[in-house]
Design a protein around this ligand. Sequence first.
Ligand SMILES: *Cc1c(COP(=O)(O)O)cnc(C)c1O
Length: 381
Amino acid sequence: MAIDPKSFTQVVHAGAEPDQATGAIMPPIYMTSTFVQSEPGVHQGYDYSRADNPTRELYEKALASIESANHALSFASGLAAEQAIIQLLDPGARILVSDDVYGGTGRLFRRLFARYNLDFQFIDLSDDSVVKAAATAPTKLIWLETPSNPTMKVIDIAKLAKVAKAQGALLVVDNTFASPIFQSPLALGADIVVHSTTKYIGGHSDMIGGALMVNDAKLFEQLKFIQFAAGAVPAPLECFLLHRSIKTLAVRMQQHEKNALAVANFLQTHKQVKKVYYPGLSSHPGYDIACRQMRGFSGMVSFDHRGSYADVVAFLQKLRVFTLAESLGGVESLVNHPEKMTHASVPEELRRKLGIGPQMIRLSVGIEAADDLLTDLAQAL
Ligand SMILES: *Cc1c(COP(=O)(O)O)cnc(C)c1O
């Protein structure tokens, strides 16, 4: 498992072109809503920033480049990007969704879009027999997230791409956890890749954003129209900052993964730890598929504490380097209690089925020195 060395060059140069007017190496931030027209309908390619903005255009070029996609679109949040995908559908459409998608994705589907006569079926997409049974009725979309959150379930993308194709359905892969550095769903047969750029792509816990990447030109045109017509676009400043973050994505991911592997190995041998969830451990049920479809295991590690909920709270409060907060993918290490925090909106019954209980703790391992992270976990445990 290794990052493609080309990635380190690609991220630095993605969408980077010296400014034609001034030669500035970094792109100007075009803070403008509108653009001058010499006569009605005659302009230099831009008329209104919801439709197109030069800063956003370069950032979207960079997004396409890092995911090796023909096209990319940016949105105001990961969920806004997801919403654009659902807006491709007509009422009555049936959608197969991985049962342990990000909590906010489940909430968007169950509580908002289910009201528009869309039929979301939440199933275990890592179980062949379940997929086989579900793939008998006409389906428009198959939606998966791998590795998943917080149990790090790994789903075989190439296999689901075949199921989707046979159904005439589009395959959507949420690639937020792996990042474009460690996983390329489009190359494995996915039709649409979605990212919460709030996480690894942004990488500094200072912005909310989302992105879609596709190869198909017609699909791109449809999504581009939705982006323009529905208007959930990011502002030029966000585009500039996210574009800037992309330049360090490969080096950050390298360090995230190195630290996560050290943390997972440490936890696996600790007597206060009952179970570790990390796709890079050979004991993980998705390890073989992860080795096949990923170039690295990324920086997210979950584990079950052996003690009571009170012991878990004491552990969380003793941590000094890891900070208790929602979200993930930033340079700083964060710790989260899925049951009470990120996954509180998941129905309790489903939470129990997925194994998200009071003892589960999720770590977003940052890019600090590994020794400092292990020392912190050891003293708190
Ligand atoms: C955070 C997250 C989202 C939602 O993105 P926002 O930027 O918070 O809207 C979607 N999928 C995954 C896997 C996430 O972690």
